[in-house]
Design a protein around this ligand. Sequence first.
Ligand code: NAG
Ligand code: NAG
Ligand code: NAG
Ligand code: NAG
Ligand code: NAG
Ligand code: NAG
Ligand code: NAG
Ligand code: NAG
Ligand code: NAG
Length: 648
Amino acid sequence: MMVVILIMFMIAIMKTASPCRRIEQDLSGVLQIPSNVSSSTNCLSIMRKQITAIPGRAFSRLQNLTRLVISRNDMLENINAFAFTRLPLLTEIYISDNGALRSIKASAFSDLPKLQTISIINAIHLIHIHSDAFKNITRLKHLEISNTGLKRFPNFAKIHSTAESFQFEMKDNIDIRRVPSNAFRGLCTQHISKIMLCRNGIKKVASDAFNGTKIGSLSLKGNKQLTHINRNAFVGSSELEILDISNTALKSLPRCNLSGLLVLIAESAHNLKKLPDVKLFTKLQRANLTYPSHCCPFKKIYRNGSGNENPCPNPKIYKFLNLSCPNFTLVTCTPTKDAFNPCEDIMSVPLRALMWIISVLALVGNAAVLLVLLGSRSKLTVPRFLMCHLAFSDLCMGIYLIIIATVDMLTRGLYYNWAIDWQTGLGCSVAGFFTVFASELSVFTLTAITLERWHTITHALRLDRKLRLRHACVVMTAGWIFSSIAALLPTVGVSSYGKVSICLPMDVESPMAQVYVVSLLLFNILAFFCVCGCYLSIYLTVRNPSSVRAHADTRVAKRMAVLIFTDFVCMAPISVFAVSAALKLPLITVSDAKLLLVLFYPINSCSNPFLYAFFTHTFRRDFFLLTARFGLFKTRAQIYRTESSSCQ
Ligand SMILES: *[C@@H]1O[C@H](CO)[C@@H](O)[C@H](O)[C@H]1NC(C)=O
Ligand SMILES: *[C@@H]1O[C@H](CO)[C@@H](O)[C@H](O)[C@H]1NC(C)=O
Ligand SMILES: *[C@@H]1O[C@H](CO)[C@@H](O)[C@H](O)[C@H]1NC(C)=O
Ligand SMILES: *[C@@H]1O[C@H](CO)[C@@H](O)[C@H](O)[C@H]1NC(C)=O
Ligand SMILES: *[C@@H]1O[C@H](CO)[C@@H](O)[C@H](O)[C@H]1NC(C)=O
Ligand SMILES: *[C@@H]1O[C@H](CO)[C@@H](O)[C@H](O)[C@H]1NC(C)=O
Ligand SMILES: *[C@@H]1O[C@H](CO)[C@@H](O)[C@H](O)[C@H]1NC(C)=O
Ligand SMILES: *[C@@H]1O[C@H](CO)[C@@H](O)[C@H](O)[C@H]1NC(C)=O
Ligand SMILES: *[C@@H]1O[C@H](CO)[C@@H](O)[C@H](O)[C@H]1NC(C)=O
């Protein structure tokens, strides 16, 4: 019994696996099926023939045909009207690699009750498929039209398939620019499992393009010029579960029913900088996106199937307490956050307030210093000239801080959605420019001021070696050029400001960028030691009992200590961070770096106005003289006026 079944089974296999009948005659001109081809043939392949056309009803004699392959016929130009019509058993048609094929005429594929697969591929001269070419193919399950020269979307409205799990593929048709309205209406009345429109030249998807369909998965991947999907494109369609818009130029997600979406794939979609509110994706399970920051909001969404946020944020604790935690799923989202893009706002809440205080202090303090110095009528001395530059650079730092604080305020709670716009935009470059320019010019000017003091004190009695304004001008011009170059380099590709939300040049990917960061650091360290050396020398000079200024000893020493201390406090943490960044050792995270940024980095900018201006005698004199011109503090001004005249 078993043996009989086995033999019958083998016969059945041999029958179904019978090789495809090939037409042996070298046909030329219009295809004619030779009379010795048996009418019971069920599989026919026409390959490498010199035919130019397939005429109407060419296969009508072969009523038992189930599979037809027409391939590599280099002269085949036309598939005429009714070419494949009325073949009751035909299930598959493959038309591939016919390089000269130009047109498919009306009703070519019509009234084919068993046809399941149509595949038309690699026909780059195929520019015309008649709008009635596909008609009444009720069992059609798989339709593919790929790598053709079509310029317009073919008409599928008369197919009227009723097959389950239909798959539609249209790939690599680089001249198809548009998906028209109702493009798929009439294709299939059932749920269409896949519509693949990959790597075509599609630029636009018209309104109502998917009207009358139920699509499971839609892929628009690789349509590099696709910028516009009409907001009504998905009107009249339903059940979209998987959407792939990778490698397109879309700026926003299409307005489809996001609440049904299970999978969203948008890799290399670099123009998609914002996502809608994640609460709209009530069923999403997986998202493959372009930017790490877009995955941030998904981390917080746990669901129990109804789209609500998870009431038990920490399942482990719930388990420990033996409480039942409601069922929830987590959205798997890639790429996950990296070290440079932690899922957080620019500033945390406590830092936010501090940031405002510090930035306002830096802005107001330095603006006041500049105003007084520039408004003063007394002669411009070298120290005052240098002081102007110091105040200006510290003002720039204030501008940077206020830019960051403002952006932080505007994007709070939603920074992940603004991250790309901000970090790749002009704003971040401008902010980054200000901060690097300001810090370098500030350090440079501080060094210049210290050197000038040291020079004046150690050469106090030698008038011939007195520093003149033009020397100072030359030095500061060099400082400006140096700082500008240092600040411009990241905008032209050496390192970059866009790597982190606070727009500092933290990009050390390339060796050039590493050299850049390390040189900035070395410059700052060098300047620091220079300042220390000068003050030591000054201290030793004034301590000398023979010095005329011995009485100023302790006062100078104290102020020196404060200056060096603030300078050091400002420098040290930044240096640690810069070293760790440059060596790619994660000693400190970006979140901690923000703390440094707010607490230490601007210390100089805030304290310089006090240390170098407000607390000095000459500055106070200038201040009261200036206010006196506007009718304020007249008596104080008088004191300073008499004092200064008595001194001279
Ligand atoms: C049909 O006839 C041609 C000659 O006319 C011959 O070359 C070919 O082998 C025949 N094919 C079959 C399937 O008998
Ligand atoms: C088609 O196949 C059936 C059975 O498989 C057979 O009875 C019939 O004669 C065939 N028709 C032709 C035209 O050969
Ligand atoms: C569709 O094709 C089937 C079988 O070929 C035929 O019986 C039917 O009449 C056709 N329907 C239309 C509307 O042409
Ligand atoms: C959408 O399709 C329905 C039938 O499925 C049709 O009645 C309606 O006119 C179509 N809408 C548009 C705008 O073409
Ligand atoms: C979106 O889809 C869900 C389920 O797929 C359905 O319940 C809901 O009504 C749809 N909303 C709209 C506006 O079509
Ligand atoms: C999406 O990302 C997952 C990893 O999270 C990966 O396994 C999968 O292959 C990706 N899918 C696509 C289509 O890129
Ligand atoms: C989901 O959570 C909500 C409240 O958070 C609850 O009302 C609902 O019953 C839960 N649904 C399921 C399926 O657990
Ligand atoms: C924890 O819950 C399980 C059932 O979910 C129960 O069998 C067990 O006794 C509970 N343990 C305690 C300590 O309540
Ligand atoms: C949780 O979800 C899984 C699958 O989503 C389901 O099999 C399971 O029954 C659910 N458990 C509860 C308690 O709802």
